[in-house]
Design a binder for this molecule. Sequence first.
Ligand SMILES: Cc1cc2nc3c(=O)[nH]c(=O)nc-3n(C[C@H](O)[C@H](O)[C@H](O)COP(=O)(O)OP(=O)(O)OC[C@H]3O[C@@H](n4cnc5c(N)ncnc54)[C@H](O)[C@@H]3O)c2cc1C
Length: 375
Amino acid sequence: MDTAIPEELRMLQSTVRQFVENEVMPLESEYEEELPQEVRAPLQAQLREMGLWALSVPPEYGGAGINTLGMALVIEETHKSMLSRNLIGGGVNPLLYGASDYLKEKYLHPVVRGEARSAGAFSEPGAAGDLGGIQTNYTRDGDDYVLNGTKIWITKGHEADHVVVLAREKGTERQEGVTWFIIDADTPGFEVSRVIPMMGQTTTAEFQLTDCVVPSAHRLTAEGGAWQDAQKSLNGLRLMNGPQVLGLAQRCQDMAVEYAMGRKTFGSLLSERQAVQSMIADSEIEMFATRSMVHQAAMKADRGEDVRREAQMIKVFATEMAGRVIDRALQIHGAAGYSKDLVIEQYYRAVRAYRIFEGPNEVHRWRLGRNMMRG
Ligand SMILES: Cc1cc2nc3c(=O)[nH]c(=O)nc-3n(C[C@H](O)[C@H](O)[C@H](O)COP(=O)(O)OP(=O)(O)OC[C@H]3O[C@@H](n4cnc5c(N)ncnc54)[C@H](O)[C@@H]3O)c2cc1C
């Protein structure tokens, strides 16, 4: 599989790996949570100078135009440190590529330049995995739309300058009437009602939309026609869950191997114990299988083929695989693995969310099985 990776993508992967190992990992002893802005900003400036910015954005919008396979390779490397997971910025919501010049100027270009932050809001208290159940609604009022509803679990939503919001025409149900809007965070009627600390290293936000007036120029998709777009953008996110958790898992596996080679119990190194060798072997096998799935699906996506099934399978397989690999690495480290002296406990908490967001794994299994039985 790896022989099919073009040389320029291997070089890109190696550049990112060196950056993470040399510039980011040494900071882990100082910062557990996110990097403070004064440390983050110079690192991001360095990344920009290296051309490591807005990687997936097409060149006509100021990005590097890296394909899906390239993004998978980069994302695995950035996820080897909790501190570099979101360091390469400039990525935009793909819905903006097809937006009007006005929206591109106002939202796409500032995000690519790293001057504005965006969030995506589809989840609600009553429906998140079940997107067809969303209740946030809009009505038309002349040239405007008026939105009402609640959104929840929005990653870093309180820090966003604007939010891409999924709403339905009032009175419609399930897949009918859903539309994406883009809303400035300072729009009257749009309020961050709660900031919610999460178990891993992130915070999410709850938003209230109360008679929030949004100009029709801020509609991102055809009225009522967002269902397919919503599914497509979720497929892309699910596929990238694969390399994200691979990065987390690989880092813990590397640490486990190194530790086992230096730790002696009962007169022998852990690396000489069959029980430990088996754990390391199982993790290696599972990561190899996941990486093969990810690369194959990424190449298929780059050929323009539909990868919905692959994205679902990767979402389930990779996220459960990473939980097991990180758990084994923690076990091999004993008390040290459970302590906050090492980063493993952070990975242990962070990886748990991946089985829930972008649709819970049980929902993907249900849909995969159901669709197979339907032929
Ligand atoms: C860290 C984090 C960040 C997030 N960021 C965002 C964000 O930026 N924007 C956003 O819009 N949302 C975000 N979310 C929300 C996320 O997408 C939803 O939590 C997820 O889709 C699941 O929805 P739910 O929490 O309502 O669970 P529910 O849909 O209520 O499901 C609860 C559980 O029930 C089971 N279940 C549900 N349906 C089925 C079924 N059909 N068959 C079998 N079992 C089933 C599953 O075990 C599931 O875990 C985030 C969530 C987390 C944890």
